[in-house]
Design a protein around this ligand. Structure first.
Ligand SMILES: O=C(O)COP(=O)(O)O
Ligand SMILES: [Mg+2]
Length: 224
């Protein structure tokens, strides 16, 4: 049976939090505020501009300046989104293993395409990645299943032939709603509290990128 492995981007394939946190602190600097510690901002990196502006400036989407501030944040981030961003250690090997075993793989992120695609290219993923779906590719971002179903359809796979790996509850909700198997990337930004991760009821929890491969193999053998 053919298989498609889909990955979330921020906090699952790529450690983007340092550059996102820097952009959040830049918004603080623009307002004469001292920077927040990286550890304070990191947990919000899988929640995009909305999460980082809430964590960085305590600014919710109902704030009158939110839209302006979001545009400034995104412009600052776009200017400087590759300084510290790297694949998590072990991801290169994981992707090589998928290739070696004949799995197709793709990316489904809530990052908008204009940010996601250049990062995918920058990190050297573009050639092997079967598809990159952004938060604005379909009508609804995750936790809606639409982006995952779009990825499956465009690459010619049934949802039952797909597994989705992500670091946020939203990813697991979307994967389940799409009828796909799911794996929590517990090394990402969601926190490592076991009870919380278990409550998401994913098919597997991977504490490291190295632990993702055995989870995929097990799923593949059960659904062969
Ligand atoms: O930019 C975001 O909203 C988060 O991106 P992710 O879905 O790849 O974690
Ligand atoms: Mg994420």
């Amino acid at each position: 049976m053919r298989k498609l492995v889909l990955f979330d981007f921020d906090g699952t394939l790529a450690d983007t939090a340092p550059d996102l946190a820097a952009a959040a602190n830049k918004q603080r600097a623009r307002r004469g505020l001292a920077p927040l510690p990286y550890e304070t901002l990191r947990p919000y990196a899988s929640h995009g501009a909305r999460g980082l502006l809430k964590a960085g400036l305590d600014m919710g989407t109902d704030h009158p300046d939110y839209e302006d501030c979001k545009q400034q944040f995104l412009a600052d981030y776009e200017q400087d989104m590759t300084t510290h961003t790297r694949l998590f250690p072990g991801v290169d090997e994981l992707l090589a293993k998928l290739k070696q075993h004949g799995y197709a793989w793709g990316i489904v992120t809530n990052k908008m395409e204009y940010l996601a695609i250049p990062l995918v290219v920058h990190l050297g993923l573009y050639t092997d990645c079967a598809i990159t779906v952004g938060g604005d590719t379909t009508d609804h971002p995750k936790p809606h299943p639409a982006p995952l179903l779009h990825a499956a359809e465009k690459t010619g796979f049934e949802p039952s032939e797909c597994i989705y790996v992500g670091d946020d509850e939203r990813d697991i909700v979307a994967g389940k709603a799409a009828g796909m198997a799911t794996v929590v990337a517990a090394y990402g930004y969601c926190g490592t509290e076991t009870a919380m991760l278990q409550a998401w009821q994913a098919d597997a929890i991977a504490d490291t990128p190295q632990a993702v491969w055995p989870a995929i193999e097990q799923w593949a053998s059960l659904s062969a």
